[in-house]
Design a protein around this ligand. Structure first.
Ligand SMILES: Cc1cc2nc3c(=O)[nH]c(=O)nc-3n(C[C@H](O)[C@H](O)[C@H](O)COP(=O)(O)OP(=O)(O)OC[C@H]3O[C@@H](n4cnc5c(N)ncnc54)[C@H](O)[C@@H]3O)c2cc1C
Length: 221
């Protein structure tokens, strides 16, 4: 995880699977000599632009997968989302320190949107038994739901826009609503990934309601 091991690699797009209307999972070849720790990200470069993407696969997978949302207003995510299979890309990595740190405190993973990505890698690497909160606007954005339902001790899909799915266990509201009103108040290790505003709001809330907790963060956007 130190900067000495960061290098540049060439990789080839091998496959694409839709996760929702505007998000997809992209599979790339695993370059020789590359290694990473679950939770880390790679920095892709194309047309002079650089963008970061968390790896969703486990280190022993033969490929590298990313979960990419085509933002519609940006450049890079559309390039990735529409690239032909076989397209070559360059990336540098591994980057980042958002990795799982075992401790005696219970663990709460909190993600918004594609912020699930590092938790997918951690889960595929065998980490389980955590509380998982996924904040999305609409139910189709609950990427990797089955993976998390199987691995988490408690899985809480937090859907902020109204849903007709009255029979399901959806929490209607934001992750901050759940943390502020439902989660038992005790010290946890919180891992937060996704939108800047969510990370700011949850950090304030943890300071107020969960004294003694630790917070690890990864801001996507
Ligand atoms: C450490 C790190 C890891 C990241 N990992 C991922 C990842 O695994 N998957 C992923 O899709 N993105 C990830 N991102 C965001 C990614 O780097 C790009 O910013 C994103 O793909 C948009 O790039 P763009 O050039 O298309 O648009 P930009 O012009 O960079 O952004 C356009 C708009 O989209 C918003 N935006 C950026 N990313 C997202 C997103 N993921 N969901 C919703 N809105 C967004 C921006 O705030 C901006 O308003 C990560 C960012 C960081 C810093």
């Amino acid at each position: 995880m130190n900067s000495e091991s960061i290098r540049e690699y060439a990789t080839e797009l091998l496959g694409r699977k839709n996760l929702s209307e505007d998000a997809c999972e992209l599979r790339f070849s695993f370059p020789a000599g590359f290694s990473f720790t679950p939770g880390q990200f790679v920095r892709f470069e194309s047309h002079g632009l650089k963008r970061d993407y968390s790896i969703t696969t486990a280190p022993n997978d033969k490929g590298i997968e990313l979960c990419v949302r085509d933002t519609g207003t940006g450049h890079f995510s559309s390039v990735l989302a529409s690239a032909e299979i076989g397209t070559e890309f360059r990336f540098s990595g591994p980057h980042g320190y958002f990795v799982y740190r075992p401790s005696t405190r219970p663990v709460v993973f909190v993600a918004t949107g594609t912020g699930v990505a590092p938790f997918v890698s951690m889960t595929r690497s065998g980490i389980s038994g955590y509380i998982f909160l996924h904040g999305v606007k609409h139910t189709p954005d609950l990427y990797y739901e089955n993976l998390f339902r199987n691995a988490a001790r408690i899985y809480v899909p937090c859907v902020s826009r109204s849903s007709d799915d009255a029979e399901s266990d959806l929490f209607q509201g934001k992750v901050t609503d759940y943390l502020g009103t439902v989660l038992e108040r005790r010290p946890y290790d919180f891992y937060l990934c996704g939108k800047r505003e969510m990370i700011r709001d949850v950090t304030f809330l943890v300071d107020d309601y969960f004294p003694g907790a630790r917070i690890y963060t990864e801001v996507f956007y």
